[in-house]
Design a protein around this ligand. Structure first.
Ligand SMILES: Cc1cc2nc3c(=O)[nH]c(=O)nc-3n(C[C@H](O)[C@H](O)[C@H](O)COP(=O)(O)OP(=O)(O)OC[C@H]3O[C@@H](n4cnc5c(N)ncnc54)[C@H](O)[C@@H]3O)c2cc1C
Ligand code: FES
Length: 359
């Protein structure tokens, strides 16, 4: 559509925007908004769901390892969460594959596991994040994952295979048991087809089958990828696995070669735990609670409020609220903010003394 005609139509559609009217015709018909239609649903393990998505034409693609934000309506409330595609960045049909682990009380993950169906249209944001394979590709690559952290590193593996990468690649994945490995068949196929790729499965609660057993141990690295000190390592998994691998790389002085992605806020900076004092006051609702030292998001939830959030780790900005007064500390970089009437991300800021929020 010529841009002048489009601008005229958009002016007519103000204040709702043209996409609000077009979605009445078909939800995938959009001018500005990026959305995606679910074209396939599978359940690779008892507690996960794999979705194939066909994005609208605004989709710009992704780099293996990056994440997207997905928005769904759950009981009439729009909820946004981050998910890392597990498919190759070069997938021929341009579709995206996401694998979501259903958390026992998780609003969005349980909704997707129970309600995702072909034809459902969801909101999508362009891919983001710095956890990604660099160019040129490293000669040797070690991919380490645990549980649902498999997704970004599986995308890296599939992307390297599609590119005909010839260097050594080891994919070391931790799961409770074989039944908990999402994409097991795909992993076995990749290992069969690519002589330079080694897939090593480590089971933490199963003594038979698999290649390794028990929790991460530095001997696992020596066994799975004896060359790991000369490789670039990409790591994603639960905090305990991430901490153990990081500690080992730091002790060996090779932490520069380790790149990691967190799904939950696990590492906070020193100094983030100031002496805890004062109150957290919520001006609009009149609620007030003694400061516990937890993040403002957790303290708001504990006070019975239901603030919007997405990532709970400072990357999506959906939890941003106005701080009316008081001082906060950002737990990711340690910075203090004592400006009044300023925006704060509730999920990564803790109060330092009494703080008043406009909520
Ligand atoms: C960059 C990034 C990429 C991600 N990629 C994936 C992915 O590929 N696959 C995937 O399954 N998940 C992924 N996640 C996690 C995902 O975004 C959600 O956090 C997760 O699905 C839980 O959302 P929920 O709405 O079901 O739970 P919520 O309703 O938000 O939370 C329910 C409870 O679980 C806790 N909780 C929230 N998130 C987590 C979590 N991740 N782990 C443990 N407890 C949690 C909350 O504190 C709360 O108590 C990613 C997260 C980030 C930040
Ligand atoms: S919830 Fe994403 S930035 Fe706070």
């Amino acid at each position: 559509m010529p841009s002048r005609a489009l601008r005229a139509l958009e002016a007519l559609a103000t204040p709702h925007g043209l996409d609000r009217y077009l979605e009445l015709v078909h939800p995938m018909l959009t001018v500005r908004e990026l959305r995606a239609e679910i074209t396939d649903v599978a359940h690779p393990t008892a507690d996960s769901v794999t979705l194939t998505l066909r994005p609208t034409r605004q989709w710009q693609g992704f780099r293996a390892g990056q994440y997207v934000q997905l928005t769904v309506d759950v009981d009439g409330v729009r909820r946004t969460r981050c998910f890392s595609p597990s498919c190759s960045a070069h997938r021929a049909d341009g579709r995206l594959e996401l694998t979501v682990k259903a958390h026992p009380d998780g609003v969005v993950s349980q909704y997707l596991k129970g309600h995702a169906r072909r034809g459902l249209v969801v909101g999508l944001a362009q891919a983001a994040g710095t956890f990604a394979l660099p160019q040129p590709r490293p000669a040797r690559v070690l991919l380490v994952s645990g549980g649902s952290g498999i997704t970004p590193v599986l995308s890296m593996l599939r992307t390297l295979c599609d590119e005909g990468h010839e260097g050594d690649v080891t994919f070391l994945h931790y799961a409770d048991t074989e039944a908990d490995v999402a994409h097991l068949t795909a992993l076995r196929e990749i290992a069969l087809l690519h002589r330079n790729v080694r897939v090593v499965l480590a089971y933490t609660r199963q003594r038979s089958g698999g290649d390794l057993h028990g929790l991460f141990d530095e001997t696992h690295l020596a066994e799975a990828a004896p060359w790991y000190a000369d490789a670039q390592t990409y790591l994603c998994g639960p905090p305990a696995l991430m901490n153990a691998v990081r500690a080992h790389y730091a002790a060996k002085g090779i932490d520069d070669s380790l790149h990691s992605e967190e799904f939950v806020l696990a590492s906070t900076v020193a100094g983030a735990t100031d002496e805890v004092s004062g109150d957290v006051a919520f001006a609009r609702t009149g609620a007030r609670a003694t400061n516990t030292g937890a993040t403002l998001l957790e303290q708001a939830e504990a006070a019975g409020l239901e603030p919007e959030y997405g990532c709970r780790m400072g990357i999506c900005f959906s939890c941003t609220q106005t701080k009316l007064s008081g001082c906060t500390r950002n737990v990711r970089d340690g910075e203090l903010n004592s400006d009044p009437d300023t925006e704060v991300q509730l999920c990564i800021n803790v109060p330092v003394g009494t703080v008043e929020l406009d909520m």
